[in-house]
Design a protein around this ligand. Structure first.
Ligand SMILES: NC(=O)c1ccc[n+]([C@@H]2O[C@H](COP(=O)([O-])OP(=O)(O)OC[C@H]3O[C@@H](n4cnc5c(N)ncnc54)[C@H](O)[C@@H]3O)[C@@H](O)[C@H]2O)c1
Length: 395
């Protein structure tokens, strides 16, 4: 008989939708066990939640997340709330014996991320962090290529996450409130590319050599009603007054990796012309890789083992089921492209596979792993503020 696990989702907006879609569809595409049951969605507005539950198929709604994470019926708590709320919710769920899948960054502050990791260490439940870009087939293939030695020693890593939605017309969403978000583009976007680089190279970032953070837009329109607001979402009515943004709009930093590579990271919400330009380039002694999420089904590979007469960048269409490309067997025939939502379904599959005792397609970060990314975030800010290099081990 197929086993099941009851899932409780906390948060019902952007990530709430992405995760609901994942829990709804994972069992239809992947042979997962246990199968997820969409048990309860918790949030702050009862009427919004009912509409959300009806749309996505959640069995119950609640405006009291504390009682939800205590419920004996719930097996897995999925945290899709703002960064500053993660610690309280995840720790409560772990203390109640639940498995926890938490959105990234692990927390807004390093102290919260550390407390979450401490709670996870002694807990009976497993932890997972939704660094979903690991589960883009092209990114998972890049990791396999590097692990197989296709690039040899790595010399350079260049990672950038470039968005442009944070212009002066964007109101003071929670993402611009330091007490809720922790940081701006840094924790939102650099967190992803730090994780991706750590994942692909298998190396750690050991030193931040220098960093710059900047807030270009210091005041934004205050939102009417409760603080929050989905990016680009409807109903972002403003109150006619301004409030201070207390986060960065952009952070750039230079780093050294444990294998000796030199790396650069850049995150911006004001990179006009890019909407979700999540990119990396990796140069090694035997070859190079490059990727841009805006063309997420392609991985570019430069292979020095090729005859010099035909040497050049190869564009690999990473949707070839027969080629063993990660995750794509579960989806469509060759070149029937995948999208953003598939990365979350792929991750839901890996989470359930691990809970069922199996091996994920690509390594899944737990809280201890995501804490390493959080330390790098913290080191970069310390470096920017002190105008000095910072060893990640010292933060
Ligand atoms: N993996 C990714 O690609 C990705 C993309 C976007 C956001 N995120 C992360 O997901 C998390 C949520 O972001 P989002 O874009 O969905 O935000 P959002 O503003 O769209 O939704 C946040 C949800 O949390 C609820 N919420 C807010 N404060 C709460 C509180 N105190 N208690 C209970 N519920 C509360 C809101 O009602 C809303 O339902 C953040 O940590 C963010 O960094 C990850």
């Amino acid at each position: 008989m197929t086993t099941t696990i009851n899932v409780a989702l906390l948060g019902s907006k952007f990530m709430g939708r992405a995760h609901s879609n994942a829990w709804l569809n994972v069992g239809k595409f992947f042979p997962v066990e246990p199968l997820p049951v969409m048990h309860t969605v918790a949030g702050r507005s009862a009427s919004d939640l009912q509409e959300f539950a009806d749309r996505w198929g959640w069995q119950q709604t609640s405006t009291d997340w504390q009682s939800v994470v205590q419920s004996a019926d719930v097996g897995l708590v999925d945290v899709a709330t703002p960064n500053g709320v993660h610690a309280e919710q995840a720790i409560a769920a772990l203390e109640a014996g639940k498995h926890v899948a938490c959105e990234k960054p692990l927390a807004g502050r390093l102290t919260d991320a550390q407390a979450m990791t401490d709670a996870a260490e002694g807990a009976s439940g497993s932890t997972f962090v939704w660094f979903n870009y690991r589960r883009v087939p092209a990114v998972a293939l890049a990791q396999r290529l590097v692990a197989s030695g296709a690039l040899g020693r790595i010399y350079h890593v260049r990672a950038a996450y470039l968005q442009s939605w944070g212009g002066p017309d964007t109101p003071l969403l929670w993402r611009f409130q330091g007490d809720v978000a922790g940081s701006g583009a840094h924790g939102d976007l650099n967190a992803h590319i730090i994780d991706t680089v750590r994942f692909i190279t298998g190396e750690e970032i050991v030193t931040v050599e220098g960093a710059i953070e900047h807030t270009f837009i210091e005041e934004r329109d205050l939102l009417a009603g409760a603080a929050g607001g989905e990016i680009g979402g409807a109903g972002a009515a403003t109150a006619g007054a301004k409030g201070r943004s207390t986060v960065d709009d952009a952070v750039l930093f230079l780093a050294r990796m444990s294998g000796g590579a030199l790396a650069s990271f850049e995150a911006s919400r004001l990179a006009t012309g890019y909407h979700n330009g999540n990119r990396f380039e990796i140069h090694g002694e035997r070859g190079a890789l490059r990727f841009d999420f805006e063309r997420m089904n392609e991985l570019h590979f430069y292979n020095l083992d090729n005859d010099s007469a035909v040497q050049g960048w190869t564009t690999i269409d990473v949707t070839r089921a027969g080629s063993g490309h990660p995750y794509v067997e579960a989806w469509w025939p060759d070149s029937h492209g995948l999208g953003y939502e598939h990365t979350f379904v792929n991750q839901a599959s890996d989470i359930l596979t691990v809970l069922g005792g199996g091996q994920p397609v690509a390594a899944l970060p737990d809280f201890a792993d995501a804490l390493k990314t959080q330390r790098v975030l913290h080191a970069a800010i310390a470096s920017a503020r002190n105008r000095a290099p910072v060893d990640v081990a010292d933060v």
